[in-house]
Design a protein around this ligand. Structure first.
Ligand code: ATP
Ligand code: MG
Length: 548
């Protein structure tokens, strides 16, 4: 009973305890290796070790330290995976606890650097002058700290920004078979952040890829000046599985730093299928029971806890954001396999890439019918919303009719007009690699297409029309693009002016006067023949009707 407790007694007991206190942690901070093989060590004597804690193994002959990460806490031993090769480590060797959970350098020091999964430099540019480190694993902030996405993350790709827009803080999956342009899509998105306002720090995490592929991507970043705001975290196929396993978390910690400080960051996981495979390898080696497709039972949690860390902070917490674009590779378009369905259910939408489209020359090979963005629409600019609505409807109608039209021969006028429109829109959505487009130019081009100005242009000339139109517009009507950029809306005046500009350009284009030399405002008067313009407007009349 509490009444029988006397304070003097309690105090003396505590005092005695304190006198005999001998830092038991010190004694337990070293363990012995019971068994080692395949990069997994079982260690005895580390009862106090934490899940995810870093352990220090005997250094390599070169003197480089060897670290491992605790993955299993069992009754009489712990299992740890080593981050580097371990031929020199033997049974009975001593292992030290570090008392630290795995952490990586964060902040501006890592910008422009290529690092491995534990944040060590790989680019030969010397040590990273960091001021802060963050643990790689973090509990994702709760709902009260967040708000819905509201600013767009422009990818610079017409088909994405118009139809599956991405908001800052969103998680948008890129899914497709091998060699369908998944990496290309991410790279273009990163290149497009060059003039992003407010700026977006990019983190490209390469997991389980070939070294040469990663080197190529880095070269592109360097050539296009994207390294100024990008960090590459690389754990290639030749790196041990634990490195591949922690690389996405390490990159995420780097991105989180910016989001926490009210800035914007975007992280690209290329790709999470290989990440899951690395985790499966680890799990099987530490003898966790295999489940579906031999993945361990917690493989959903592997990705959910990672992707949950992408967010848009509330205004009270400075409103920073971390956008995540994970990649999943499918086998023969099978999106119902285990890992694809998991990641689809965790993300806010997916961009679906198809081999058939890719080989048909429709690149980026985005299936616009199957791709969705569940939250990004809220963040889309008003001007893009205005033109993209029409685009979506026209394309949906086209898809429906196109499959029919393969069989029928005599089609009515309206059907032909819809097919014509759809073919041209599809053509306009094609975009070469490394040429992301500012959103106001995308709007101008899509405006031209959905208003039917391309309907009477030969299909093979549509791409030429587009590539010549934009520089011409910049040269002759800079105010249009300027107004679009400033106001982010297509006002009636802008719309009228744009129609007038397209009309002018089109006459010159059809007359073949634009390819060799772009007409300027001064000599436009001489080159334009009023009769020609009138004649063309008549032929285009039927197609214009569709817009009404
Ligand atoms: N929009 C595009 N226009 C032209 N070529 C493209 C386009 N996008 C990608 N490619 C080309 O297609 C090839 C495959 O692209 P990429 O490597 O991005 O595909 P991936 O899906 O990432 O492949 P993997 O499965 O091997 O990772 C590359 O040679 C790339 O240059
Ligand atoms: Mg790739």
């Amino acid at each position: 009973m509490s009444s029988s407790l006397r304070p003097e007694e309690v105090a003396s007991v505590i005092q005695k305890q304190l006198q005999s206190f001998t830092e038991p942690l010190k004694l337990e901070s070293e363990g012995t290796i019971l068994q080692i093989g395949d990069g997994i060590a079982r260690i005895y004597g580390l009862e106090q070790a934490m899940m995810g804690e870093l352990l220090e193994f005997p250094p390599q002959s070169s003197g480089d330290p060897v670290y491992g990460i605790v993955l299993n806490l069992e009754e009489d031993n712990v299992a740890a995976a080593l981050f580097s090769r371990s031929q020199h480590i033997r049974e009975g060797d001593a292992v030290k606890r570090t008392g630290r959970i795995a952490e990586v350098p964060v902040g501006t020091a890592v910008v422009g650097r290529v690092v491995n999964a534990v944040g060590q430099p790989l680019d030969g540019k010397g040590p990273i002058a960091y001021e802060e480190t963050h643990p790689i694993e973090r509990i994702a902030p709760g709902v009260t700290k967040r708000q819905p996405v509201k600013e767009p993350l422009q990818t610079g790709l017409k088909s994405i920004d118009s139809m599956t827009p991405i908001g800052r803080g969103q998680r948008e999956l890129v899914i497709g078979d091998r060699q369908t342009g998944k990496t290309a899509l991410l790279v273009d998105t990163i290149l497009n952040q060059k003039d992003a306002d407010p700026p977006v720090h990019c983190i490209y995490v390469a997991v389980g890829q070939k070294q040469s592929t990663v080197a190529q991507v880095i070269k592109v970043f360097e050539d296009f000046g994207a390294m100024g705001y990008t960090t590459v975290v690389s754990a290639t196929a030749s790196d041990p599985a634990p490195m591949q396993y922690i690389a996405p978390y390490a990159g995420c910690a780097m991105g989180e730093y910016f989001a926490e400080n009210g800035q914007h960051a975007a992280i690209f996981y290329d790709d999470l299928s290989k990440h899951a495979v690395a985790y499966r390898e680890l799990s099987l080696l530490i003898r966790r029971p295999p489940g579906r497709e031999a993945y361990p039972g917690d493989v959903f949690y592997l990705h959910s806890r990672l992707l949950e860390r992408a967010l848009k902070y509330s205004d009270e917490l400075k409103g920073g954001s971390l956008t995540a674009m994970p990649v999943i590779e499918t086998q023969a378009g099978d999106v119902s396999a285990y890992i694809p369905t998991n990641v689809i259910s965790i993300t806010d939408g997916q961009i679906y890439l198809e081999s058939d489209l890719f080989y048909a020359g429709f690149r980026p090979a985005i299936n616009v019918g199957l791709s969705v963005s569940r939250v990004g629409g809220k963040a889309q600019t008003k001007m893009m919303k205005e033109v993209a609505g029409r685009l979506r409807i026209d394309l949906a109608q086209y898809r429906e009719l196109a499959s029919f039209a393969q069989f029928g021969s005599d089609l009515d006028k309206a059907t032909i007009a819809r097919l014509t429109r759809g073919e041209r829109l599809t053509e306009v959505l094609k975009q070469p690699q490394y040429s992301p487009m500012p959103v106001e130019e995308q709007v101008a081009v899509i405006f031209v297409a959905v208003r039917g100005f391309l309907d009477d242009i030969e299909l093979k000339d549509v791409k030429a029309f587009e590539t010549q139109f934009l520089p011409w517009l910049r040269g002759n009507y800079p105010q249009i693009l300027h107004t679009l950029k400033q106001t982010k809306a297509v006002s009636d005046e802008t719309s009228e002016l744009l129609e007038k500009a397209v009309g002018e350009f089109k006459s010159a284009f059809v007359a073949g006067e634009t390819s060799s030399e772009l007409p300027t405002t001064e000599d436009k008067e001489e080159t334009e023949l009023p009769e020609q313009t009138v004649a063309k407007e008549e032929t285009a009349g039927e197609l214009h009707d569709l817009n009404d």
